[in-house]
Design a protein around this ligand. Structure first.
Ligand code: PEP
Length: 249
């Protein structure tokens, strides 16, 4: 099964009006790519980025969203608001949201449901901590994170979302998983999904995230079950991000 690669930049809580103009103008120099290129700015900059990328094939993502649709939820942002600014993907369950803001598997699942119901596409982040990996629990943790979503939205909905496998120990640490380590987990994720639906398991795109750089992405992208990357730090540098996209073909 041919799955299109996705290279997505998670800018996290970085950027200013000025720096974003220069980052996007750097990205617009990118040659056309067979991969889908995605950027995820902070909420206040979605409108600006939407305008700057409108004539390009770059796609917009948000870093989070409320599980509620509308109403008295001060400080929250809804899926329809994201839709107003041309957002296609919404990152959900990023390890920083899980560990710093207490997002449980159940809350992440309910956000996935809200995003699917709105017609946007969840980019569902899963992954184990170092302690969990060292105690042999990598797959158990990934499966629990996936199962909570399957229980709420059903396996068929996985055709409408993207998974990002992001080992927590590799995020922002400079310690990328090796291509073989990533492949092993991606293949296991696909096998786990195949127990519920073989066809869904073959269709769903599974990105790798965790300290991806141009020097490591080429080996990652050669792995049969790695369908792209979710890139944090390196996505803030246009040249580096373009170099990663190039390795995806
Ligand atoms: C991320 O935030 O999703 C991420 C993978 O960050 P980094 O590339 O900086 O490790």
């Amino acid at each position: 099964m041919i799955r299109q690669k996705i290279v997505a930049g998670n800018w996290k809580m970085n950027g200013s009006k000025e720096s974003i103009v220069s980052l996007i103008s750097g990205l617009l120099e990118m040659d056309s790519s067979s991969s889908e290129v995605v950027v995820a700015p902070s909420f206040p900059y979605l409108s600006q980025v939407d305008g700057l990328i409108s004539a390009s094939s770059i796609v917009l993502a948000a870093q989070n969203v409320s599980q509620e649709v509308k109403g008295a939820f001060t400080g929250e942002v809804s899926t329809s608001m994201l839709g107003d600014f041309g957002v296609k993907y919404v990152l959900l369950g990023h390890s920083e949201r899980r560990s710093l803001y207490g997002e449980t598997n159940e809350l992440v699942a309910s956000k996935v449901k809200t995003v699917l119901d709105s017609g946007l596409t969840p980019m569902l982040c899963i992954g184990e901590t170092l302690a969990e990996r060292e105690s042999g629990k990598t797959l158990e943790i990934c499966e629990q994170q996936l199962q909570a979503v399957i229980d709420l939205v059903g396996i068929a909905s996985f055709e409408q979302l993207v998974i990002a496998y992001e080992p927590v120990w590799a995020i922002g640490t400079g310690l990328s998983a090796s291509a073989e380590q990533a492949q092993e987990v991606h293949e296991s994720i696909r096998s786990f999904l195949a127990k519920s639906s073989e066809s869904v398991s073959q269709k769903v795109q599974i990105l790798y995230g965790g300290s991806v750089k141009a020097s490591t992405s080429s080996a990652l992208f050669q792995m049969p079950d790695v369908d792209g990357a979710l890139v944090g730090g390196a996505s803030l540098d246009a040249k580096e991000f373009i170099a990663i996209v190039k390795t995806a073909g």
